[in-house]
Ligand binder design. Structure first.
Ligand code: ADP
Length: 265
C-alpha cells in the first residue's frame, strides 16, 4: 500500500486540510519492479565472473604466464568462470523463451515410471561420487502427457542439486506417488538441508541459501526457477520440504487420470 499526502494551505499560511490518497501498488508496477530487480541481478551475476577473469588475465599479462605452476591454475580459473557464464546465459535464454506468449510444449504420452528409471540410470552410470540411489517407483504403467525435453530438464536440475548437496555416502531416494488426478514425483537427499523459512524461496530466480558456496559449486541460481516454470507449463506444481542438517525433498506433480489407466491395459 502506498500513500500520497497533499496539504491544503491558504495564502495566509494556515493549513486547513489534508488529503490522503491511498492506493495499492498495481500489478503492473509490481511486474515492473520485478523486472528491474531481475536486470540488476543479471548484471551482477555477469559482472562477478567478468571481474574475476579480468584480474587473472591481468596477472597473466603482467608476467604470471611465465610461471609454470601459476599460469595453468589461472587459466583453469578463467575457463571455469567462462563456462559458468555460458551456463548462465543459456539459462537466461531458456527463461526468456518461456516468457514468450507463443511458447508451446510438444507433449506426448509416455509411461512415466519407465521414463523416470531411464533418467535415474543415466545419473547412476555417470556419477563419480559415493551416493546410493534408492528407487521406490511402482512398476505399474502410469501414462502422462508431457514434453519430455522439458521434464528431463526439470529432473536434471533437481537430481544434480541432490547430488551436489549430498554428503559422502549419502542416499538419494526417488519416488512416484500415484493419486487419482495427479502423480507426485519426489527426490530426497540427506544433505545440508535448507532453513525452513527459506525453503520455498529456492524456486525464485537467483535465490541461493549460501551465495558463496553455491557459486563455488558452479550454480547459476536459475535451475529451480526454470524447473518451476516448466512444471507450471504442464499445469503441475513444485515445492520442497527440508530439515537443516538432515536433508531435502523436492516434489513436483503432473496431471494424471488414474481412471483412464484402465484403457491402456
Ligand atoms: P543453483 O544453480 O545455485 O543450484 P538452483 O535454482 O538449482 O540454483 O537452487 C537454488 C538454491 O537452492 C541453491 O543455491 C541451494 O542453496 C538451494 N538448494 C537447491 N537444492 C538443494 C538441495 N537438494 N539441498 C540443499 N540446498 C538446495
Amino acid at each position: 500500500l502506498r500513500a500520497n499526502f497533499s496539504v491544503i494551505q491558504k495564502e495566509s499560511g494556515f493549513v486547513n486540510g489534508l488529503i490522503a490518497v491511498l492506493h495499492d501498488i498495481t500489478e503492473q508496477e509490481k511486474i515492473e519492479m520485478e523486472r528491474r530487480e531481475f536486470v540488476a541481478n543479471v548484471s551482477h551475476e555477469l559482472r562477478t565472473p567478468l571481474t574475476t577473469m579480468r584480474s587473472y588475465l591481468e596477472a597473466l599479462a603482467d608476467g604470471a604466464w611465465k610461471d609454470d605452476e601459476i599460469a595453468p591454475q589461472f587459466l583453469q580459473t578463467t575457463r571455469t568462470e567462462t563456462e559458468r557464464m555460458i551456463r548462465l546465459v543459456n539459462d537466461l535464454l531458456q527463461l526468456s523463451k518461456m516468457d514468450r506468449e507463443d511458447y508451446r510444449l510438444s507433449k506426448e504420452w509416455i509411461d512415466f515410471s519407465i521414463y523416470f528409471n531411464k533418467i535415474i540410470d543415466r545419473f547412476e552410470l555417470t556419477k563419480n561420487q559415493n551416493v546410493t540411489f534408492i528407487r521406490e517407483i511402482p512398476e505399474t504403467p502410469m501414462f502422462v502427457e508431457i514434453d519430455q525435453d522439458k521434464i528431463t530438464q526439470v529432473l536434471d536440475n533437481i537430481i544434480s542439486n541432490a547430488m551436489k548437496y549430498s554428503p559422502e555416502g549419502g542416499r538419494i531416494t526417488y519416488r512416484i506417488k500415484e493419486e487419482d488426478t495427479q502423480i507426485v514425483v519426489s527426490i530426497s537427499d540427506e544433505g545440508v538441508g535448507i532453513p525452513s523459512e527459506n525453503v520455498n524461496k529456492i524456486f525464485d530466480r537467483f535465490y541461493r541459501v549460501d551465495k558463496a558456496r553455491t557459486r563455488r559449486l558452479g550454480g547459476t541460481g536459475l535451475g529451480l526457477a526454470i524447473a518451476k516454470e516448466m512444471v507450471q507449463a504442464h499445469q503441475g506444481d513444485i515445492w520442497a520440504e527440508s530439515v537443516e542438517g538432515e536433508g531435502t525433498t523436492v516434489y513436483f506433480s503432473l496431471p494424471y487420470d488414474r481412471m483412464a489407466e484402465d484403457d491402456w491395459s
